[in-house]
Design a protein around this ligand. Structure first.
Ligand SMILES: C[S@@+](CC[C@H](N)C(=O)[O-])C[C@H]1O[C@@H](n2cnc3c(N)ncnc32)[C@H](O)[C@@H]1O
Length: 269
């Protein structure tokens, strides 16, 4: 990928996300999701909560350079990385609850990978997804399963909770497929189906992954928000250090390996 040179010296979170997480963690599911919706030549694709844009990029690769692919995200910093990596895609800043689309703009496929769990108003976002689709258009939405079902993440959260008290991990907060399906049916989608997909995730540099995950947990902790910077940094280092036994127990000679599961819901508009 093509990151600006300053990123090599001091990477921002979106740059670290792209460099360390996308290839190992998000790209395989993006390929699966794009496969699942069976894109046809000429399909227009909308990627909601696109982040650094992996789903949009996979769709563009499949459909070719002239395809209409739009990625929308709330974060200008995530979009800056998306633009640096794939300047040929139409990246737009905006909220899933009020998509930045033209009045008449419609898509043949709408995808939202690991974004819905973060949206404060899920019915509004689902209504926007439906509005963005042509009649009969294809929808795919993926949300991680609860971390209670992902032992590696559950154990890492418990280490952090020793220092920070209870942490509601938003990444795993919409893991119940019944709720996901109900949301889509209540919005008026047809042919709503969901399945659970699990795969083994591998990182050669497991320590870096655990550090990033610890940073995410500290970032989601109410107790950490009330701390001074120095105290927060100190707690982070303690959590990283105390996570080492968990990391060791999920590592083999080729690095870290753990099972992760997602819900994948599909529907028609
Ligand atoms: C875990 S990332 C997933 C990114 C991307 N879909 C992927 O698979 O790599 C979640 C993304 O949701 C975005 N997001 C969170 N709330 C949002 C909202 N209300 N509207 C649009 N994007 C949002 C964040 O900025 C972030 O880029």
């Amino acid at each position: 990928m093509n990151l600006p040179s300053y990123a090599m010296k001091q990477a921002s979170f979106p740059e670290m996300y792209e460099r360390h997480l996308v290839g190992r963690l998000f790209q395989p599911w993006a390929e699966m999701t794009v496969e699942e919706i069976k894109l046809s030549s000429g399909d227009r694709v909308l990627d909601i909560a696109c982040g650094t844009g992996i789903v949009a990029r996979v769709a563009k690769e499949r459909l070719g350079d002239h395809a209409c692919v739009v990625g929308v995200d709330l974060s200008p910093d995530m979009l800056a990385v998306a633009r640096a990596v794939a300047p040929g895609i139409d990246w737009r800043e905006g909220s899933a609850g009020a998509l930045p689309l033209r009045e008449e703009e419609r898509f043949d496929a709408v995808v939202c990978q690991q974004g819905l769990q973060f949206f404060p108003d899920k019915p509004a976002a689902a209504a926007q997804m439906r509005r963005a689709l042509v009649h009969g258009g294809k929808l795919a939405v993926a949300t991680w399963r609860s971390d209670e079902e992902v032992p590696f993440f559950r154990e890492l959260r418990r280490v952090a909770e020793r220092h920070l008290g209870s942490i509601a991990d938003q990444r795993h907060s919409f893991g119940e497929p019944v709720l996901l399906e109900a949301l889509l049916r209540d919005t008026g989608f047809h042919e709503v189906r969901s399945k659970i997909v699990s795969r083994t995730i591998r990182f050669e540099d497991g320590a870096s992954f655990v550090r990033m995950n610890s940073m995410a947990l500290v970032g989601m902790s109410a107790a950490a928000k009330a701390m001074h910077d120095e105290e927060r940094k100190c707690v982070l280092e303690t959590i990283v250090r105390e996570s080492e036994p968990v990391l060791r127990s999920y590592s083999d000679t080729s690095g870290l390996a753990f099972q992760l599961s997602t819900n994948l819901a599909t529907a028609r508009g």
